[in-house]
Ligand binder design. Structure first.
Ligand code: MG
Length: 495
């Protein structure tokens, strides 16, 4: 949303404008002083390595579908159309009914699809609004990584195909099969080998990455890489991203103090598994600079770093594995990379006028409803009086009042109807601008979405790509704008 009182802009000594433009800004949920951060860790996939989502989805869908057909699913799955623009992060799969859901922060299902058919309000209500929804149970599956979007694309397409062409399927079994086939495609190299064979097709090389890491190192911060990807894949990917980026760093390994691969997050934050040196397989509790390790645990990493807790900032993209677990199991500060923000911010910018109109319609709606309730109460009073009155001038006067109140009520109702129609049309158009099926990633109607809620709760800061940090001094103090409670707004002296 637009800031009501935009912060003043000023030019930094280097000539860049501060604050940076919206798409390059780092947003802050919880105050964070970068000068107090002594070590910065980075996840790799979708954090330093920016995957081209549509290409990744296409590759993943092809591999998954191939394996489904091998398992006995019909051959026609191969020639079906899959919509990679259907899924977003933060959706919930209902394995029992075969639906895909989007919830708000209170677990209220705001939007639901069966295949590509949107559930009508009544259908949605009877399935999800009569009993408390329990996302943690086996019936539901939370879509929380960009990797798993392709699974949703396949699930919805197959269900849609069955609905249109007839046939039967166990929705739960279908989802388990899709998940397994995608997992196997990742493990057996079907997907990763294709990525490595043509990195520029799948991964965007950010020219500022080397500069960012150098800037942080120059400010005296220790850097580490902490990824779940295996050592060979990590080496190939990081070489592509960083080798020859800066003359001072001939190898990508030179940027990092410690390199931890195959780390099995979120287990890494809770377990005690020793690090194993890649190459000789020797187990160790003390890390050496320049070596690549696999496995490991947070305690040994912190000891080697010489820093722990809130002196460490971890930058990742996965809400559960990187951000939520790091936050719950340690006091590491967290930065979340949300690449979808580019699109969200573009819509907010391009439709700023419509968002303002929508907000003012909401205020007007509330004010008109108050007036309507008031007129209805007055009418009731008049009608009571009329029932008590006999005949004569007094009765005529009450009758005149009744006519007036009724007119007001009719007028207010007509205004409300008009206003509601405009608001509905406007909100629908704004939802469409965000996403044709689900609207905004961060919002569900006028509420925060369950995904947005998790970002607010667990990500100290968040931004669309890691290199946006380059816009800020390594001493920067990120301050959360949410330092006021609702009752303070407008009630503070001078406000
Ligand atoms: Mg990742």
């Amino acid at each position: 949303m637009q800031e009501r009182f935009p912060a003043p802009e000023f030019e930094s000594p280097s000539g860049s404008v501060f604050p940076p433009p919206a798409g390059r800004r780092v947003y802050c949920n919880r105050n964070l002083r970068l000068d107090q951060v002594k070590a910065v860790g980075f996840d790799m996939d979708y954090t330093l390595a920016i995957y081209r989502q549509a290409e990744m989805d296409r590759q993943s869908i092809e591999a998954t579908v191939g394996k489904l057909v091998d398992r006995g699913y019909p051959e026609e799955l191969r020639s079906m159309k899959y919509r990679t623009d259907f899924p977003i992060r933060g959706l919930l799969i209902d394995r029992k009914l075969g639906n895909v859901l989007k919830m708000d922060r209170y677990r209220y299902v705001k939007t639901a699809y069966h295949g590509f058919r949107k559930l009508a309000r009544e259908e949605r209500r009877s399935a999800y609004h009569t009993r408390r929804l329990r996302p943690g149970t086996g019936r539901y599956h939370w879509v929380d990584t960009l990797y798993s979007l392709s699974e949703v694309a396949v699930y919805a397409a197959v269900i849609d195909h069955i609905d249109t062409h007839g046939g039967e399927v166990d929705y739960g079994q279908l989802f388990s099969d899709i998940r397994e086939c995608t997992d196997i495609s990742h493990q057996d190299g079907t997907i990763l080998d294709s990525v490595l064979a043509d990195l520029p097709r799948y991964v965007e090389r950010d020219p500022e990455l080397g500069i960012l890491l150098h800037k942080l190192r120059s400010a005296g911060k220790r850097l580490f890489l902490l990824t779940n990807s295996g050592p060979e894949y990590t080496d190939a990917m990081m070489s592509y991203l960083l080798d020859e980026a800066l003359e001072e760093y001939p190898s990508w390994r030179n940027y990092f103090d410690y390199i931890c691969t195959a780390s099995q997050k979120p287990g890494f934050f809770m377990g005690k598994e020793a690090f194993a040196a890649v190459g000789n397989g020797r187990e160790t509790r003390e890390l050496e600079r320049g070596r690549v390790y696999s496995g490991g645990n947070i305690t040994d990493l912190q000891r080697s770093l010489g820093y722990s807790g809130d002196e460490v900032l971890y930058v990742g993209d996965h809400i559960y594995g990187d951000v939520l677990r790091a936050k719950k199991e340690s006091t590491w500060r967290t930065a979340m990379i949300i690449q979808e923000m580019d699109d969200e911010l573009r819509v907010l910018r391009e439709h700023a006028v419509s968002f303002e109109r929508s907000a003012s319609l909401e205020h007007m709606h509330a004010a008109l409803q108050d007036q309507l309730r008031e007129q209805q109460a007055l009418l009731k009073r008049v009608e009571r009086k009329l029932a008590e009155q006999g005949v004569g001038a007094e009765k005529a006067s009450w009758e005149a009042k009744r006519v007036l109140h009724r007119r007001s009520i009719d007028r207010l109702r007509a205004q409300l109807k008009e206003l509601e129609a405009e608001r509905l049309e406007l909100d629908e158009a704004l939802d469409q601008a965000f996403h044709p099926f689900w609207g905004s990633l961060f919002k569900a109607g006028s509420e925060v979405s369950s995904f947005g809620n998790q970002v607010e709760q667990y990500a100290g800061i968040y931004t669309s790509r890691a290199t946006n940090l380059i816009q800020y001094s390594p001493m920067h103090y990120f301050q959360s704008p949410r330092h006021r409670m609702p009752h303070e707004s407008g009630n503070t002296p001078g406000a």
